[in-house]
Ligand binder design. Sequence first.
Ligand code: BGC
Length: 999
Amino acid sequence: MFVKFQAPSSKLQKKPKAQTPNSNKIPNPNFPFRRFGRIFLGFGFWSFFGVWILGFGISFGASLSITSLRCEYLFSPLGLDEPRPRLSWRVESSVRGEKQTAYQIVVTSVPDKLESPDLWDSGKVSSSQTVNVVYSGKPLTSRQVSFWKVKVWNKDGQASDWSETAKWTMGLLKPEDWKADYITFRDDSLIPKSPSPLTLPPAHQYRKQFSVSTVGRASPRAIRRATIYATALGIYELQLNGQRVGDAYFTPGWTDYHQRAYYNTYDVTTLLQSGTNLLHAWVADGWYSGYIGFGLLTGIGTEHSGRYTYGKTPALMAQLEIEYQDGSRDNIVTDKSWEVSDGPFQQADLLMGEFYDARKEERPSWEPAILASENGPAKATFYDFQNPGSAGRAATGPQIKGREVDLAFHRPPKLEAFPGLPVRRVQEIKPMAITSPSTNVYIFNLGQNFAGVVRLKVKGPAGAMVRLRYGEMLHPDGRLMTENLRKARATDFYILRGDPNGETYTPRFTFHGFQYVELTDFPGKPDLDTVTGIVMHSDTPFTSDFECSDPMVNQLFKNIVWTQRANFLDLPTDCPQRDERFGWTGDAQVYIRTATYNADAAAFYTKWLRELMESHRPSGTFPGYAPFPFQHGLDFGTAWCDAGVICPWTIWKAYGDTRILERCWEPMTKFIQWRQRESKDFLGVVHGNDWGDWLSVNEKTPLDYIDTTYFAYSTKLMVEMAHALGKTNEATQYEELFTNIKSAFIKKYVQPEGRLALDTQTAYALALYMDLLPQELRAPAAEYLAKKIRDNDTRMATGFLGTHVLLPALSSAGQNDLAVQLLQSHKFPSWGYEVDQGATTIWERWNSYTKEKGFGGEQNASMNSFAHYAFGAVCEWMFSRLAGIDTEDAGYNHIIIHPMPPSPDSNPDHPAINWVRAHYDSIHGRISSTWKRTKDQFELDVSIPANTTATVYLPATPRSAITESGNSLSNTTGAKIVRRETDTALLSIESGTYHFLSK
Ligand code: BGC
């Protein structure tokens, strides 16, 4: 079904090499290969070899090789505005226990000056650090090109070769660097006073012709470098001489334009030509002025329409800088000399779709562009929820009220380099079937729910119009199901130009969440080549794989990853299809740890955390979604607002990123201060939006309880983060606060024998996961929880919050078999149930669709997203417990390998989970854990990257014999027993690959 997969970033990403030499011992045809050969050829072996021959005789001991040079998590990024960017690399070695003991970084402004670096020579620094080393050389100026490489010393003090050279460039750091101005078209349209009918203006194109005279490469006027810096209020796409500039879509992404705009940087040196050149841009409404969220549905936003959120008229600002060998420079900047026209994109809206009239590609009527400031005022009434109440307590209740706004051009106060990962077209999917539910209507089934667009191939007369509608499901009678899209029209129209050779169309300024595409009025009879699905998402490198002996669980893992892909569209959204697509904070906080297992999401969340931090409310709380275009409901939501603490903590935990903590520190502390102010006797509050354990099944956990647990949890994370930042006093204060909250929690909710005053699964799971019970009551509480679940026919009753923590809570408190039973269950509500209904993604509700009742079950069709990742948060447990891969510190320097296999025969109704094979490409390299349990033995293949260590928790009785690759542990280099417990042996290992057997 998948005809092509080429994530552009993967070209840059050097795949971490697997390190398991015992692959034959585990039932895995594809398990990572041995890599000794590559290592020997790969990293300066020969120079090293010579040293060994001269000094010590022949030795096959190898050193460290250096890979994956990154700057701010990106491979050779362009246009940064971090004054002190951070540099990271990976060290690899085939030798157990190999470590980096020192590094040296050199940075120069020209590649051949690396031997005498003019920007920075760190000298030899004794350190094992390989992640986020802060550049500490000469101050970086606008446009600075920096080439860098690194050399490391191993545990024996031997130096590696220099790494390959990587680079980064700086963007425009000062406002005065921008010579361009925002330009736009003369927009005399009136803002409609009514939300109906839809307002869907065309995208506009801009162009500027200019000439470049160069006389050969050696000439002083030869081009040294040409760079475009571009931004838009709206979304833009550039072309230079007919070639697309870059491969990103929906640039520059969604941000709060009242606070800033992002710009992107492109190297276009090779696209320029001597003589006449044409720079061309398309600009569409995007998030700036198009329909967003549920504004139209709920009657909020400008004139109740949910569009024109930040302004009325999209605008473009771009600056092409051509630098010549002689140091001279030409600037081509957006100004009034540009021309503007509309064209074939007669409509181009993220939620509603496009209307593309190919006949209008020819002969646009160009007019002079104007400065965006020349369009004059655009007064309108903006409706949103007002009186959210201080601290979320509504004084007079939240009410939708209007206030006057001026949606004329306002220059965003800040212009910042885009810090995230671009949205790209990453994969193509061929349809698997075509059906025709009625005359002239064809439906293509792409076999997979995803976010993106399609490519349509069509041949027919000029003026013929094809309609493309998108849906995630079909009705039982074969019609496209679109009820769950609510106000998102999610429809594209294509009018043919009539090319006798046929024509193709792919939307560019919209995306849809879908599995099915419906074509109406297609000229002729379509076939499977007519439509190709194009998967789009923020191009995070994917970092994990998981497989086990239960095929349903393997399908579940795929579904989780697909749902993540569908919801990483510039920001982490709740869903990609209906009129919502918001960065809901509750969904984000339950899912973020899973997200970081599945993808290298550091840069992606770096961007979103800016939006989240900046959207904190005047009271000090965080909103229910970020960016925060309009107020809907109240100012606070238990567990949603806590995303403001949980998400930065998770990024720090996964990547060891302390800078993100520094940047989030102030809003995070304000949030905890708010919680402290509002709390009585250290208990949580009942305030604001009562989402609570959203979508729980037949059990409701009171908000005051949930809020107390989150108050405690957020505070506990603050303790850890304060320590990470060296804020010792604050750490002590938060520690005290946590102790007080925990005591208040125990006093109010915990009964002496470990029962809780509140009898819900979620209540127990939260208390266990967040460590709020006295140690001695954990096991009894887990037993009550287990009994509750069994009394409920071994079914979950949890919602978004409870489901995330339920399995980890059970496993950590002696009920791992039950956790595995829940994972493997097929009874409603369960992951297996959803897979049985045909899911290829995670659904908002377990029964958003059932084979028995269709969409008409007890659920409301309009709230049935089929790509909603919250319940996919179980993946965190699949990696951290079932496979047993976790980090002890922040950033996987010291790793935990703690596989938790279910007891043999503990789940007779389902395929026994007796092997698991998983890996995670951490920031240091690949960590893999592969285990197999038979009746009387447990095998574990472990691999951890060079320069890391791990504690391995190996299932073993005190009498089990433990071997590594057939040798006793006393004869094993790199692994030793720390202690033995009743059912576990704790080993400490150095980096490398091991095959443990306990029997
Ligand atoms: C979203 C959720 C979100 C919620 C708040 C919904 O409409 O789709 O995922 O967290 O609102 O309860």
